[in-house]
Design a protein around this ligand. Structure first.
Ligand code: GDP
Ligand code: MG
Length: 186
């Protein structure tokens, strides 16, 4: 049986992955509407912030670790993969190389202890407002589907699909966390 009080202490971890400059930080900032507070980890290649999201009659803390895609920060980044329940994987629809890189990001995550099959993964093709498309939506969607990931195209600049993508991500993270927990709480 679930106990509502426990929800008050619930927190969930989200990480963002993808090449430098694809728009990870802008997407997160756009969704969090200024409430994303940059904290101390900025200097080591990770922006950290807490977003409180209401679910039912409680608020749940989402710890967001927004990774820099820069390889200079790889040794630090690799320490932060574990325990994530949500993964935001971003590429730029106008630069095919950033889409091709997603496989590299998957490998890094798995190598450093994250089982992506147990996470909620959202793939976002960002910057749809720039009309120099190199990655077709169908191709990216198929790729994501084959791996059990949810797919959205979006634009941090115009806001297109940003809320829908994050709502799906957070709702599914929440459901999954509650389901996992109910296996152990009686
Ligand atoms: P990150 O390195 O993945 O975190 O990328 P940033 O969020 O720092 O964004 C990199 C650059 O892309 C910045 O100059 C942003 O202003 C720009 N940018 C991010 N999202 C969009 C978008 O949806 N459309 C356009 N036109 N520019 C974007
Ligand atoms: Mg960034």
């Amino acid at each position: 049986m679930k106990d509502k009080k426990i929800d008050n202490g619930l927190s969930m971890k989200l990480i963002s992955l993808g090449d430098v400059e694809v728009g990870k930080s802008c997407l997160i900032k756009r969704y969090c509407e200024g409430s994303f507070v940059e904290d101390y980890i900025t200097t080591i290649g990770i922006d950290y912030g807490v977003k409180k999201v209401p679910f039912n009659d409680t608020k749940v803390k989402i710890n967001i670790f927004d990774f820099s895609g820069d390889d200079d920060y790889k040794p630090i980044r690799t320490k932060y993969y574990s325990d994530s329940i949500g993964v935001l994987m971003v590429y730029d629809v106008n630069i095919k190389a950033t889409f091709d890189s997603l496989v590299k990001w998957e490998k890094e995550a798995e190598k450093f202890g994250l089982d992506l099959t147990k996470c909620v993964v959202v793939v976002m093709g960002n910057k749809t407002d720039i009309k120099k498309r190199e990655v077709k939506a169908d191709i990216a969607k198929e790729w994501a589907k084959g791996r059990g990931y949810k797919f959205y195209e979006a634009s941090a600049k115009t806001g297109f699909n940003v809320n829908d993508g994050f709502k799906y991500l957070f709702n599914t993270m929440y459901t999954k966390t509650v389901e996992n927990r109910s296996k152990y709480v009686y």
